[in-house]
Write a protein that binds this ligand. Structure first.
Ligand SMILES: CC(C)(COP(=O)(O)OP(=O)(O)OC[C@H]1O[C@@H](n2cnc3c(N)ncnc32)[C@H](O)[C@@H]1OP(=O)(O)O)[C@@H](O)C(=O)NCCC(=O)NCCS
Length: 175
């Protein structure tokens, strides 16, 4: 199942590729959901996945972007924010798993696992004691994946999609 998946850290030169990958994977995951109004999705995506937004995020000091590639082709990505926390998270030194997306073409082929393993390794290397994340209440696949990795529900927060205040479930895992 795991077929030559290479995981590497992204750098600012990856901004263009990462913008396309982030846009496409978000669109594929959520655009078809009846709870997402096209205008809200559009407003969020235009801002979150603008090249200048991704470029600035790549330069954030405590952020780590990981890119998964299969035969040189982008197959997924993850973003960690070391030290990021929020109400409801219990940690001394938290690490937020801010994004984790596999390209639709490679779903179920080990990309998510390879990214998650490297995220956990980096968080431990940075002496983090907890990894946490927010996952949309209507994303059962994401929730199932995180549960498999030992994340447990600890609360909820609002994720603003355009004009729509959506509910994300907060999950955390002790490292
Ligand atoms: C969640 C996601 C990242 C999983 O990635 P993936 O590349 O399909 O996952 P993998 O093929 O690496 O699967 C890894 C393991 O998790 C398991 N798994 C995958 N999805 C699962 C689910 N919904 N429930 C339980 N287990 C799951 C797989 O069976 C596999 O286990 P195994 O190694 O014992 O066979 C992917 O579905 C995705 O990108 N979804 C859209 C974006 C998203 O929802 N992201 C997370 C929310 S922000």
């Amino acid at each position: 199942m795991t077929e030559n998946i290479e995981i590497r850290r992204a750098s600012p030169v990856d901004a263009g590729m990462l913008t396309d990958l982030a846009y496409k994977t978000f669109w594929d995951a959520f655009a078809g959901h009846p709870k997402n109004a096209p205008d809200d999705l559009d407003a969020y995506m235009k801002k979150a996945f603008a090249p200048e937004t991704i470029r600035a995020e790549l330069e954030e000091e405590n952020s780590v972007f990981l890119i998964a590639e299969i035969k040189g082709e982008p197959a997924g990505y993850a973003k960690l924010m070391i030290g990021s926390t929020e109400d409801g998270i219990s940690a001394e030194r938290p690490c937020e798993l801010n994004r984790l997306y596999s390209h639709q073409k490679f779903l179920g082929r080990g990309v998510g696992a390879a990214l998650m393993d490297e995220c956990l390794r980096i968080a431990r290397e940075n002496a983090c004691d907890v990894m946490w994340l927010g996952v949309w209440e209507y994303n059962p696949r994401g929730q199932g994946f995180y549960r498999k990795y030992g994340f447990r529900e600890v609360g909820s927060h609002v994720f603003q999609l355009g004009s729509d205040p959506q509910t994300d479930i907060l999950m955390q895992k002790n490292l």
